[in-house]
Design a binder for this molecule. Structure first.
Ligand code: NAD
Length: 420
């Protein structure tokens, strides 16, 4: 079976079409939601260590700001495309709405392999990108955060650059989230997306009447999201039998020591040659074929395709990455009665805690780690319940139900504001 499309923007447009059709919504609404409001393309000159200047291409896409300011991460990756950033921005709108955040969606990206830059070059690029998008961002307008290839340090440089340009003597913390704790960051933010993936897998196990403590888990993509998803699923009692990254897949039937593997990747930058406690190393694709109950794709888009889907043995998929499952692969999974917690719900923990960080920056009042995780869990479990109940009522799957809820929630401010 050949995939009809792997273009994530065409995939999200199809998801919106299905959601609008299921709600009996108008074509007008579909057309309004199927293209972003604003797409900014920038070129960023960066002074390199050898004194030459290299120019990088970047984007900032704002999908829809009817519900409030827009929000979404910044990706530094060599495979970034305009369509990918448009898709990621669109997913952000729906993600924010299903967990009840007062935001629309946005996303940014730069075509670059950050691993090939020195620290100074990375700082120059981060500052250059922040400067280039400054005219369209702001704490009440569009609030970026980290994504693949960016982190708290990158956000700190961007806060500094933005404050110099727009601060008039003030430090403007609330314009970026995902910052280091020492610079207005939020406790629990770095854990948030993976923690959410884990609690959504737990909720899925409950509705499937499975005992979480007897479940085996495979996590594809052992980066920020995947490593914390594995850590928290292990804490909830499941056994992590395989983890993978871009270099390899580590398998251990007796269970992987997740904390040990996390420390190893910090030192070695990848899982390559990880051999602790009987673990064996296989090619990265081996993750798909391991025997498990929960499969958590936490790397990039289009991981579960019509090819890889046939290898998966899990009963539950909790999507940590954005857009990891192609529509053809999803059809196959649903036919096999595999329960999918869709990305816009499963990985919404990151933006939920980014929202808490933004609120804390605006109020200058900070919560404890436990308070943050409690607030995150309440929002995500409540979103899971509403989506699951609608999926039962409409006899549909979790993704379509999630889109139906998000589209309904977005249609209201759009109509109130007179856009429809
Ligand atoms: P990351 O860069 O920290 O981790 C990505 C991991 O995937 C790395 O370990 C990388 O080696 C691995 N990987 C890449 N290609 C792979 C392949 N073909 N097979 C196996 N592993 C592969 O990025 P992250 O922040 O963890 O983000 C991962 C995904 O989660 C992305 O889709 C991102 O958009 C999404 N997401 C992230 C957040 C967040 O808070 N970081 C929030 C929501 C969604």
């Amino acid at each position: 079976m050949l995939e009809k499309t792997l273009n994530p923007f065409e995939i999200v447009q199809k998801q919106i079409r299905q959601g609008c059709d299921a709600l009996g919504e108008s074509d007008e609404l579909y057309h309004l939601l199927s293209e972003p409001e604003r797409v900014l393309e920038v070129s960023i000159p960066v002074k390199m260590d050898d004194s030459t200047t290299k120019t990088f291409v970047g984007y900032r896409v704002q999908h829809n700001d009817a519900p409030g300011p827009t929000k979404g991460g910044i990706r530094f990756h060599p495979a970034v495309t305009k369509d990918e950033v448009k898709a990621l921005a669109t997913w952000m709108t729906f993600k924010c709405l299903i967990v009840g955040l007062p935001y629309g969606g946005a996303k940014g990206g730069v075509i670059v392999d950050p691993k090939l830059l020195s620290l100074r070059e990375l700082e120059n690029l981060s500052r250059g990108y922040a400067k280039a998008i400054t005219p369209i961002i702001g704490e009440k307008r569009d609030i970026p955060a980290p994504d693949v290839g960016t982190d708290g340090q990158v956000m700190a440089w961007m806060v500094d650059e933005y404050s110099q340009l727009r601060g008039v003597g003030q430090t403007l913390l609330a314009v970026f989230t995902g910052k280091p704790i020492e610079l207005g960051g939020c406790l629990g933010r770095k854990e948030a997306t993976g923690y959410g993936v884990a609690i959504m897998a737990r909720e899925a196990a409950k509705v499937k009447n499975l005992d979480f403590e007897k479940l085996k888990v495979v996590v594809q993509g052992f980066g920020n999201v995947g490593s914390y998803a594995a850590k928290y699923m292990h804490q909830l009692g499941a056994k992590i039998v395989a983890i993978s990254d871009s270099t390899c897949c580590i398998v251990n039937e007796a269970g992987i020591d997740v904390i040990h593997a996390m420390k190893y990747t910090i030192i070695n930058n990848s899982l390559k040659d990880y051999q602790y406690n009987g673990s064996i190393e296989l090619p990265r694709e081996a993750a798909f074929e391991q025997d498990c109950d929960i499969f958590a794709p936490c790397a990039l888009e289009n991981a579960i395709t019509s090819e890889t889907v046939k290898l998966i043995k899990a009963k539950i998929i909790s999507e940590g990455a954005n857009g990891p499952t192609t529509p053809e692969a999803e059809k196959y999974l649903l036919e096999k009665d595999i329960f999918i917690v869709p990305d816009i719900l499963a990985n919404a923990g990151g933006v939920t805690v980014s929202y808490l960080e933004w609120v804390q920056n605006l109020y200058h009042y900070y919560w404890t780690f436990e308070e943050v995780q409690e607030k995150q869990e309440i929002k995500m479990v409540s979103a899971f319940k509403s989506i699951y109940e609608l999926s039962l009522e409409k006899e549909t799957d979790m993704r379509k139900a999630a889109y139906m809820i998000a589209i309904q929630r977005l249609a209201k401010p759009l109509r109130l504001r007179g856009w429809l």
